[in-house]
Design a protein around this ligand. Sequence first.
Ligand code: UDP
Length: 213
Amino acid sequence: MLAECGRTKVLCTVGVQDSVPNWMYNRHNGGWLTAEYSMLPNAGQPRKPRDGRTGRPLDGRTQEIQRLVGRALRCAIDLTMLPECTLWVDCDVLQADGGTRTTAINGAVVALYDALLYMEEQKQLPKWPLRGMVAAISVGLVNGEPLIDLDYQEDSSADADLNVICASNGKLIEVQGAAEKQPFALEQFQQMIALGQKACVQVDELQRKALGL
Ligand code: UDP
């Protein structure tokens, strides 16, 4: 699944591995879902070394983003309804212009749905495990005004930068946010979240359209 949002493009795939992580053995029924995120070297400027090539562990940003993608998707799925397996969500950024994590989440949910349809066809699912979709959007404060879906230029000049992740029913799954330059007021925070929630409804519609639902 190629997820595109403006100039940002993220290839999202979901693969099924027939085992669960060691810590899950004899502890839980069902399966697990985990995510990996990576940017191609020239997806943004300047060139970013390929993961693992510098001899240093994964950078903090990559770890933060892949854990966010995994958490968001696990919130949408009943893991006990999976057979003993691990769903590997891979999000690879081909081109970056702001909002790569939100685009990764939006595309990954569509890829997850597709993977589950395949598992259902193969009679591997006792019950449909997806509770609903997950939609994500970036929101920022630019010149004091809340703005959604920031590109790199807007992102780098924003006073505050939020990522809002919602379930299909509009409820919040996660909000990541910080004042990049100027501290912001609670009212502005609430305004940004409300704007993000509204945008997530539109993303949800696009995801359903992509899946033909
Ligand atoms: N970016 C980049 N190289 C990097 C990190 C970030 O080119 O190593 C650019 C890219 O356009 C990205 C934007 O900076 O989309 C904002 O990055 P941020 O960490 O805020 O995450 P994102 O908005 O992509 O989820």
